[in-house]
Structure formats: structure tokens, C-alpha cells
Design a protein around this ligand. Structure first.
Ligand SMILES: Cc1cc2nc3c(=O)[nH]c(=O)nc-3n(C[C@H](O)[C@H](O)[C@H](O)COP(=O)(O)OP(=O)(O)OC[C@H]3O[C@@H](n4cnc5c(N)ncnc54)[C@H](O)[C@@H]3O)c2cc1C
Length: 389
């Protein structure tokens, strides 16, 4: 984990982060976490209420209906929600990812139309960018193909898993054009003709995330809904990538925090024997503090310099976040003992959530591949040298 270069002063308590946040989590999220996890209940109302409080708008400018409180603030919100439930923290990340692409789009009419509704939670949505991100670094082929037609593109293909969507939601997709580098990225509505959303898989966690397979059969993407055309793609990717990925740290930080708290509670009764376990709460908490400091310092640097100079450090911080999440969830299970093995106990849920943090794009294997390619100068990404401040 790189040493934090900046130590931004951030609000500490949920009340300072967002007035009403703690109350909303206590009344509308905490009692539903087991149903979200085991019964697949989708916390859409919670997201809408959070939007009404201003909790979806940290990245969005004031004139577009946001709060403009910044990247660090958005990560803090995801962290607070993930302390309770990583499924919902992931949905909140998806909300921020959705807006982040529109904020960075050259299509200002689209931004003016959509951002105010997105920032206030009047419309919800996510992002189907896993395949795009993996295709950009040579992990897999782009699964969506676009054809240029009058006034837009026609899209065909299948994406296996996209979360926080439904017939009323929006999401971003990325598709390739024949013999053209880059991707066209568009904003899709869930009820667009030719688009089929199928919920035909069940997961061992994240069941409440409204995750669908998306089949595109001659789906028309009008130019008015294009976020980025192929000729703008590499610049668009470079200016969005770091924040898009760093936002996911909110999930890991929240999860590790919850695991430390669980271990401390268990140790009150079983500390005399838990002290023989490999990972102790105080040591884990120190690692959490370091991960937190690195994340929020990096968020401040990205806010200051833009995304492009900080891609490598973002990949490192995100990788460390995944590894720490797995370590913390495993340690929490060990400290809880048999209680943690009960189907409604948070410890085993945290274990399944931690695996999701480690496999969702960019997964651990993806992050290590990209970092390897940075180190061997084989990476397709531009990484401008950053002048030392
Ligand atoms: C609960 C959940 C929610 C997700 N939400 C999103 C989201 O909102 N947006 C998004 O873009 N991605 C989403 N993903 C995908 C995720 O980010 C990863 O891309 C995915 O887990 C596969 O990553 P991988 O690199 O490990 O590929 P691998 O698991 O190694 O798979 C390799 C390839 O095979 C495909 N594949 C594997 N199993 C199947 C299957 N059963 N059917 C069809 N194709 C398959 C994979 O998609 C991938 O293209 C979600 C995944 C899960 C499990």
C-alpha cells in the first residue's frame, strides 16, 4: 500500500458526512439486510431516499442538481452504507459510476437532461462496463458489437451480469465498431426495444442487487444517448478510470470496518482463546486505517490532478483493498466461531461479500495483470508523468 501523500480533512461521523444518513441506514437498511442478502430484496427505496437526502450527488456539479462534495465524499458514503451491507454499497457505487460517465461526457445535452434526475435519485441505474474494461486490457473480447446507422448505432450481443437495473433503470454499455479502435459508450434505458433483461442466475451473495443478463438484438442507440464516440474513447477512459475504480474502495473499507467491530465484540467473551488466532482486531484495524488514509489521499489527488496520472496507484490501492477484505472476513469468521456459521449471522455474509469485492471487475487477477503490464511497459493505457508538486 503506497504511503498517503495528502491527508485531507474529511468528516468523521455519519451525521457530518450527510445529515440524516445514520437515521436512514438505521430505519431503512439495517432491518432489511438479511432479506437483501438471502431473499434477494432490492433496496431501491433506500437508494431513492438517499438520493432525496443528497447522498447520490457528491460527484455531480451543483448546477446539475448534485452536491459537488467530491470523490472522497462519495467514497465515504459508500463506506458508511457498506458497513451495514455491501450489496447496497455496491448499488451505491453503481449509482456513482452511472453519473460519473455522464459528468465526463462531451454530450452536454445528455448531462443537462439526466444528471439532475440521477443525482436526486429520481431515476436509478448502473453500469455494464466490466466487459469493456476487460476488453481494454486484453482479458476478453468485447461482447457488444455496434453498427453505425443514420442518427446513431445498432447494438447486438449479450452481457451476462449487470446490476442495479430493471425496466425502469438506466445503464451504460460499451460496444466495438468494425475495424475501429475504441468503444462507443451509450446510456441505455431498461425498456429499450430489442433489449431483453433476464434474471436467470442465482448468486451466493449480492442477490438483492437486481443483477440481470442483458441481450441486445438490434437495439438502437441514438446519438442523443451517446456518452462517448470511438474517436473520443481513449481520452474519455483516461479521464474517468481512476475515480471509477477508486469509488469501489468504499465497499472494502466498510466491510473491513464491520469485521473489526465484529472481532472486537467476539473478543470481549472469547479473547482468552481468540488471542491465539493469526489475525487480531488491533492489527487489522491498523491496516484498515492505512487503507483508509491511502484511499482518501488518493481521492484528493485525483480531484486535484484528474484521473490519468493516478491510474497505477489506484490499481494498487484497489488490489490492497480486495486482499484486505478477504483477510478481514476470514478473520471475522475465525473470531466469531460457530455463531458466525449461522445462516443469519453477519460473519458468513461478510465472507461472501468479500469474495464479491475480490471478483467484481477489476478482479484481483485483472488488477495484477494490469499492474504487471505497467511494470513491463506492455500496458495499453497512457500514464502521463506527474510533475512533483
Ligand atoms: C453478482 C454480480 C454482479 C455483477 N454486476 C455487474 C455489473 O453491474 N456490471 C458489470 O459490468 N459486471 C457485473 N458483474 C460482472 C463482474 O464484474 C465480473 O466481470 C464477473 O464476475 C466475471 O469476471 P471474471 O473476470 O472473473 O471472469 P470469469 O468469471 O473468469 O469469466 C470469464 C468470462 O466468461 C463469462 N462467464 C462466466 N460465467 C458465465 C455465465 N454463467 N454466463 C455467461 N457468461 C459467463 C464472464 O462474464 C467472462 O466474460 C457482476 C458479477 C456478479 C457475480
Amino acid at each position: 500500500m503506497p504511503a498517503p501523500a495528502l491527508a485531507p480533512a474529511l468528516p468523521d461521523t455519519p451525521a457530518e458526512i450527510l445529515p440524516g444518513l445514520a437515521e436512514l441506514i438505521a430505519s431503512d437498511l439495517a432491518p432489511k439486510v438479511v432479506d437483501i442478502d438471502l431473499k434477494g430484496v432490492y433496496p431501491g427505496d433506500f437508494l431513492k431516499q438517499l438520493g432525496a437526502l443528497g447522498g447520490l450527488g457528491s460527484l455531480t456539479p451543483l448546477e446539475c442538481g448534485g452536491t459537488a462534495l467530491g470523490l472522497g465524499h462519495a467514497i465515504q458514503l459508500i463506506e458508511e452504507v457498506s458497513k451495514e451491507c455491501v450489496s447496497t454499497g455496491f448499488l451505491l457505487w453503481a449509482e456513482y459510476a452511472l453519473q460519473w460517465y455522464v459528468i465526463n461526457s462531451a454530450n452536454r445535452e445528455l448531462a443537462a437532461e439526466m444528471l439532475p434526475k440521477m443525482a436526486r435519485g429520481e431515476v436509478l441505474g448502473g453500469t455494464a462496463q466490466s466487459n469493456s474494461m476487460k476488453s481494454c486490457v486484453g482479458i476478453e473480447e468485447a461482447r457488444l458489437k455496434a453498427k453505425r446507422v443514420d442518427g446513431g448505432y445498432v447494438i447486438n450481443g449479450v452481457l451476462p451480469w449487470v446490476s442495479n437495473i430493471g425496466p425502469e433503470h438506466y445503464f451504460h454499455m460499451g460496444a466495438t465498431l468494425p475495424d475501429t479502435p475504441g468503444l462507443v459508450i451509450g446510456l441505455m434505458h431498461g425498456s429499450t426495444p430489442g433489449l431483453t433483461l433476464a434474471q436467470n442466475a442465482h448468486f451466493i451473495g449480492m442477490e438483492g442487487t437486481n443483477t440481470f443478463a442483458c441481450q441486445f438484438r438490434d437495439v438502437f442507440l441514438p446519438d442523443s444517448r451517446v456518452v462517448c464516440h470511438t474517436d473520443d474513447f481513449s481520452e474519455f477512459r483516461d479521464r474517468t478510470k481512476s475515480a471509477f475504480i477508486l469509488l469501489q474502495m468504499g465497499m472494502g473499507l466498510g466491510l473491513v470496518d464491520a469485521c473489526v467491530a465484529m472481532m472486537k465484540r467476539a473478543d470481549k467473551q472469547f479473547g482468552h482463546v481468540n488471542r491465539f488466532l493469526d489475525v487480531q482486531a488491533d492489527a487489522l484495524e491498523a491496516e484498515l486505517d492505512a487503507a483508509r488514509a491511502a484511499t482518501y489521499a488518493l481521492a484528493a489527488k485525483i480531484a486535484r490532478d484528474g484521473s490519468a496520472p493516478h491510474v497505477r496507484e489506484t490499481l494498487e490501492v484497489r488490489l490492497a483493498g480486495s486482499e484486505l477484505s478477504l483477510k478481514a472476513a476470514n478473520a471475522a469468521m475465525m473470531h466469531m466461531g460457530a455463531k458466525g456459521y449461522l445462516s443469519n449471522n453477519a460473519a458468513q455474509r461478510r465472507l461472501r461479500e468479500a469474495y464479491f469485492i475480490a471478483i467484481v471487475t477489476p478482479a484481483i487477477k485483472h488488477l495484477r495483470k494490469e499492474l504487471h503490464e505497467f511494470d513491463t511497459a506492455a500496458c495499453a493505457l497512457s500514464q502521463p508523468e506527474l510533475e512533483v508538486a
